[in-house]
Design a protein around this ligand. Structure first.
Ligand SMILES: Cc1cc2nc3c(=O)[nH]c(=O)nc-3n(C[C@H](O)[C@H](O)[C@H](O)COP(=O)(O)OP(=O)(O)OC[C@H]3O[C@@H](n4cnc5c(N)ncnc54)[C@H](O)[C@@H]3O)c2cc1C
Length: 417
């Protein structure tokens, strides 16, 4: 694969850009692979990349029913942070954040990772107590997170309205300065390019319709719209569709799938320097490099596989945005969309073995898995390569919903972006 460098950019500029190659192939599926990954989102592609680059396993196929990155990877608001409460969560999200910090160099592909800081606003006494608890817990884990007073929040992000007469007054905030955003589709494309160049087959427009098991019950391959594909190991990384895919092997998952929405405004000049999250009102805001305000809303209250949500949810979010940032009241919104997020009872992911031999799963990232993409792929590749969990994903078992060893970020944060 030709590397991106100053030299290649200059020579292509002089060559009217005629010499660029396709960034990944479009191969026909082989009869069988060592590993088949179901789902060509960021997590599936990262898993394939690390299987090839870290474990030397290159006889791998990523099977995607649509186009790579067309699921939640290409639909999210790209908030990246690692300041989660519990040790297990802090471990996996910080592992991911450290990988983000070197990812563009590692992939030789600009994922536009921007550490502009994520500020989580507190609007009531409970928020203040809970965020301060996060700050202390994060520091014990060596993760940066600091408490800002109301005035310090305003100094860090001048558009914030700190009037105390509004419905949700700002009572301070928790700031992680190393947190930020990245370009979502570049993450999928960068991993795809890196995996493909090491021999991984990326097969798009190919839907998995069944999982075949042998007489002993072990998974041996997948039935797809392009025929049967054998596999020594199968990794299901299908986000909102995980329950449907796992049901094909007879495994019932503790997941609920909800629509989650986002929207963007018309582009304007740079006016918003960081990422601001407000859990209490369920609104998230940053500005893209194109200039659009990128706004995240909450999930719908009912389960659904529809990639669009209720209008009242976006209306509620925009009410909150206008109150927190009054100067955006006259901005025009250009488009909105939804993704289907897979939510576990404790709002933490499931990464590891399943009751079916040779069948592994990586799911349950819900509303907040984009930030974990490199870390999730890294530890899941280890799990698929060795058959055993990496120490970082060892606590995130499917079994915990039977044993009760939950990692209850739902109670800790009430939201997971
Ligand atoms: C609106 C919105 C905002 C969000 N904001 C944030 C945020 O700010 N920060 C954050 O960290 N996270 C956020 N998230 C969550 C984040 O997007 C997801 O957790 C993450 O992208 C999941 O990645 P993935 O690779 O597992 O899933 P996906 O990218 O959805 O990939 C799964 C793939 O599996 C494919 N698939 C499904 N079934 C089959 C089948 N039968 N056969 C073959 N392929 C199949 C799908 O087509 C899809 O491409 C948000 C999500 C949404 C929807």
């Amino acid at each position: 694969m030709r590397r991106f460098s100053y030299r290649s950019l200059i020579s292509e500029a002089l060559n009217a850009h005629q010499g660029w190659q396709r960034q990944w192939r479009a191969p026909d599926p082989k009869p069988s692979y060592d590993v088949v990954i179901v789902g060509g989102g960021g997590h599936g592609l990262a898993t394939a990349y690390y299987l090839a680059s870290q474990h030397g396993i290159t006889n791998v196929a990523v099977i995607e029913k649509g186009w790579i990155g067309g699921g939640n990877t290409g639909r999210n608001t790209t908030i990246i942070r690692s300041n989660y409460l519990y040790d297990e969560s802090a471990g996996i999200y910080e592992h991911a954040l450290k990988l983000w910090e070197g990812l563009s160099q590692e992939l030789n592909y600009n994922v536009m990772f921007s550490q502009r800081g994520v500020l989580m606003l507190a609007h009531n006494v409970h928020d203040v107590q809970s965020f301060k608890r996060h700050v202390y817990a994060n520091r014990l884990n060596g993760i940066d997170n600091e408490w800002l007073s109301t005035e310090e929040c305003k100094a860090f992000c001048p558009p914030i309205n700190i009037s105390q007469d509004i419905r949700y007054p700002v009572m301070g905030g928790a700031l992680q300065r190393r947190a930020g955003t990245a370009r979502h589709d570049a993450v999928a494309w960068g991993y795809a390019r890196g995996a493909d160049s090491r021999g991984v087959d990326i097969i798009q427009n190919c839907e998995v319709k069944g999982i075949r098991r042998d007489a002993s019950g072990a998974a041996v391959g997948v039935e797809t719209t392009r025929g049967y594909i054998g596999a020594k190991r199968i990794g299901v990384v299908a986000a909102g569709n995980t329950s449907v895919v796992m049901q094909m092997a007879g495994v019932r998952m503790p997941l609920e799938s909800y629509p989650l929405q986002a929207l963007v405004s018309e582009p304007v000049k740079p006016c918003f320097p960081c990422v601001v999250m407000s859990n209490a009102v369920h609104a998230y805001l940053s500005q893209s490099d194109k200039g659009e305000l990128v706004i995240g809303a909450g999930t719908d209250q009912y389960v659904s596989y529809s990639q669009q949500g209720g209008l009242h949810i976006t209306n509620h979010t925009l009410d909150a945005i206008c109150e927190m940032f009054p100067q955006f009241t006259r901005m025009k919104m250009l488009r909105s969309w939804g993704g289907v997020v897979d939510v576990t009872p404790d709002r933490s992911p499931i990464i590891g073995k399943t009751p079916v031999e040779n069948l592994f799963v990586n799911c349950g990232w819900g509303t907040g898995g984009f930030k974990a993409t490199p870390g999730s792929g890294h530890v899941f590749a280890h799990t698929l390569a060795t058959g055993e969990p990496h120490e970082i994903n060892a606590p995130f078992t499917l079994d915990r919903f039977r044993t009760g060893r939950l990692i209850d970020e739902a109670a800790a944060a009430a939201v997971a972006h």
